[in-house]
Design a protein around this ligand. Structure first.
Ligand SMILES: Cc1cc2nc3c(=O)[nH]c(=O)nc-3n(C[C@H](O)[C@H](O)[C@H](O)COP(=O)(O)OP(=O)(O)OC[C@H]3O[C@@H](n4cnc5c(N)ncnc54)[C@H](O)[C@@H]3O)c2cc1C
Length: 411
């Protein structure tokens, strides 16, 4: 007999993991289906690991989800034992034009009630960040920006959901979805499952999974980002994440320290055709080295330990797409482009609210909100043992930070 759940979640990136965590904690019986062998192996393994405050997000779903996430994420990271560094960010202006944008950036952030920001004079900037290359004209200090382990977080969210009764099925590509009068029948490469509701969190394949359900709400336009990761020997060069002043087109390349103290330069933003893992591009690598030197002159003299890329599930709209089709109990969570880690818990809250109030599905069981700290240890060869189960580390920042691995991981 086929198994039946309240909710089937398609996709085990940070968004799907946050959804299975939230819905299971709220008493729903959940199955998460992931086509890859490991969780968080696509967009969620190619990000910067930053927990943004949303100071530069435009009003809408994205900002709302980031703010909801900000309100909950730090106590949760603490309970789960995921490291976080409240390192703050310094946005540096290198010319007059950039300096002139500061009042607008501060006004936007104030209007969105996102975070506090302080303008820094040149002397204050160089006092805080003495290793920054000379020539900066001024800066904004954004204390709320933080960094975390972008791989451990989703893995531990999924692990917590499992402990509360959720089922996570890897190597299970969803091939077809059919709705009968009462249920979704979801066919995968590892069997067929039924549910009252489906939540599509398929990231870079979100539009394709929606097409399986006869929907064509949006189209994914993959956008690549590339990084250079320097050794921890460079960690004392920075006291915060150094942001460029964003233009109308891009947020620009950041020089920052991971939660494990590697110094990273990236990401770039290039529209690409393929949704698959993008190759490292030599000309972009050279550009990143130039940017590194422009921001912190000494940085390129430190060893590079990894180069990696990520692909953002962008669409032609700027905001997230989170919608419910109430006639058939289908929820789309699409186009979670460049802040999915920072918005994950807020997205999951929205999904829970849609399941409960728009689709009127009542959970099978009572809530289970207690978090028992998982037992986590890292191996030297690039995996973590979580409550006795081995997980391969898919994120290069966690890999570089937690292992003795020194090489180009994604050349
Ligand atoms: C370069 C870059 C930098 C970024 N920096 C940050 C940052 O600093 N902070 C931040 O908050 N965000 C950042 N992001 C954004 C963040 O990484 C994404 O928003 C987030 O990872 C999206 O998660 P997701 O779960 O929607 O997608 P994914 O991680 O892609 O997960 C979707 C999953 O669905 C699975 N799937 C697809 N189709 C099927 C199917 N048919 N059957 C079963 N499973 C399927 C896939 O295998 C995949 O695992 C960045 C992204 C990039 C690329």
């Amino acid at each position: 007999m086929e198994e039946t759940y309240d909710v089937i979640i398609i996709g085990g990136g940070v968004v799907g993991c946050a959804c299975v965590f939230e819905l299971t904690s709220r008493g729903f019986s959940c199955l998460l289906l992931e086509k890859n062998e490991h969780l968080a192996a696509e967009a969620s393994s190619g990000n910067s690991g930053m927990l943004h405050t949303g100071f530069d997000a435009t009003e809408g779903l994205e900002l709302d989800c980031i703010q909801r996430c900000q309100a909950r994420v730090f106590p949760l990271l603490d309970k789960l034992g995921v490291p976080v560094n409240h390192i703050g960010a310094t946005m540096v202006a290198w010319d007059e034009q950039q300096l002139e944008r500061f009042p607008q950036i501060v006004a936007n952030s104030n209007a969105a009630k996102c975070t506090t920001m302080h303008e820094l004079s040149c002397s204050e900037l160089y006092k805080r960040e003495p290793n920054i290359t000379s020539g900066a004209l001024g800066a904004l200090w954004i204390p709320g920006e933080a960094v975390t382990d972008p791989w451990l977080f989703p893995v531990l969210l999924a692990n917590d959901a499992c402990k509360k009764g959720a089922r996570i099925l890897l190597r299970s590509r969803v091939c077809s979805v059919v709705r009968n009068t009462e249920m979704w029948i979801v066919e995968t490469t590892r069997g067929t499952f039924n549910s009252k509701c489906v939540v599509n969190c398929a990231g870079l394949y979100g539009d394709i999974v929606n097409i399986l359900a006869g929907k064509s709400e949006f189209r994914i336009l993959p956008r690549k980002g590339q990084y250079t990761v320097y050794s921890k020997s460079a960690q004392n060069l920075l006291n915060s994440s150094i942001l460029p002043v964003p233009s109308d087109v891009t947020k620009g390349v950041i020089v920052f320290r991971s939660v494990y103290d590697n110094v990273i330069v990236g990401p770039t933003a290039e529209n690409v055709d393929s949704r698959r893992q993008a190759p490292v591009d030599e000309s972009i690598r050279l550009r990143l080295t130039e940017i590194a030197a422009k921001v912190v002159r000494e940085l390129p003299s430190h060893p590079v330990v990894s180069l990696y890329t990520g692909v953002r599930p962008a669409t032609d709209v700027k905001d997230y797409i989170i919608s419910a089709e109430t006639e058939r109990n289908w929820i789309t969570v699409g186009g979670i482009r460049s802040t999915g880690l920072s918005g994950s818990l807020g997205i999951a809250e929205k999904v829970h609210s849609l399941v409960k109030t728009s689709l009127n599905i009542e959970p099978d069981r009572g809530q289970s909100l207690f978090i028992s700290k998982p037992d986590v240890s890292f191996t030297r060869h690039g995996s973590a043992i979580v409550d006795g189960v081995e997980h391969f580390i898919t994120h290069p920042l966690t890999f570089a930070g937690r292992t003795e691995y020194v090489a180009n991981s994604r050349m």
